[in-house]
Design a protein around this ligand. Structure first.
Ligand code: FPP
Length: 270
């Protein structure tokens, strides 16, 4: 009981700088159970284009506004004590978009990494990118490497950004990597997991998708086997810290059974 009260006090202390005592965010925080947080949250950040179109703006303005929601999701996750946040920022299929939009997305990402590196350091966040990164432009890759190197020793939270990412291609790449390793015995689940881009990282406990669409869109197909999925009707630029707290509260109402009949709560796979 004392531990729980201490965890709650720590949680409010972590948010003191950014959450006013009588705000809706404070109310949501008071309803969270700090001992039952998801360890890993993954987010499909959808709806930037529609957000812009609804305002008569070019689609790229939606992505610009969406990068403010990225900031909020990262800061709230770190302050909550989430150990890993994975964001789907550019799929292997997104190259089909108009070239101006694609270029803006890469510029936003590079700007974000340069501008927010100090925030990542302040919150002790370790940054990593996953996807077919070798196919990215040199000026993007160098920025990714710079951020990865600078934040490598941070341990409070892992921030993983999926770029030029496809869940199916990740499985193909894992299979080819196993073949290259010269394995001669039957491949196990653990072997496959060890050859994914996410090797060594925990599977998501909670997967969030914004914009009202209810599909996984080729994101972390292997890793979401037992994730709780939260579909939210807000468009990504409208999904800020308060919405993240609501998603975590919803997660805490779920009964995770992993195919069994257990009714007690757990955030880790058996
Ligand atoms: C989906 O919305 C969103 C994307 C394809 C890109 C996500 C990028 C950002 C949030 C900004 C930059 C990222 C970082 C990490 C700084 P959509 O364009 O498919 O929206 P729509 O379905 O309404 O068209």
């Amino acid at each position: 009981m004392v531990d729980y009260l201490q965890l709650m006090a720590d949680l409010f202390e972590n948010f003191r700088e950014i959450v006013a005592p009588d705000s809706p965010e404070a109310d949501l925080l008071s309803r969270l159970d700090p001992s039952r947080l998801p360890r890993h949250i993954a987010i499909i950040m959808d709806g930037n284009g529609r957000w812009a179109e609804q305002r008569g703006l070019p689609r790229v303005e939606g992505h610009r506004a969406g990068s403010e929601s990225v900031k909020a999701a990262i800061e709230y996750s770190a302050r909550l004590g989430i150990k890993q946040l994975t964001l789907y920022a550019f799929s292997a299929e997104n190259w089909k978009r108009p070239v101006d939009e694609v270029n803006t997305l890469w510029t936003l990402l590079r700007t974000y990494l340069r501008r927010e590196l100090s925030t990542l350091m302040k919150h002790e966040i370790c940054f990593r990118a996953i996807g077919r990164l070798s196919e990215l432009q040199e000026n993007v890759r160098s920025e990714l490497v710079r951020a990865e190197k600078k934040t490598a020793k941070n341990t409070r939270m892992n921030l993983v950004i999926a770029l030029n990412y496809s869940g199916r291609l990740e499985l193909v790449d894992a299979c080819n990597s196993i073949l290259r390793s010269g394995v001669r015995t039957p491949v196990t689940e653990a072997d496959l997991a060890d050859h994914l881009y996410t090797a060594g990282l925990p599977d998501p406990d909670l997967m969030i998708r914004t914009s009202g669409e209810q599909r996984l869109s080729n994101f972390l197909l292997w890793q979401v086997a037992y994730s709780e999925i939260y579909f939210c009707s807000l468009l990504w630029p409208d999904f800020r810290g308060k919405s993240l707290l609501e998603a975590v509260l919803d997660f805490q109402k779920r009964d995770r059974r992993y195919g069994g009949i257990r009714t007690t709560y757990s955030t880790s796979t058996p």
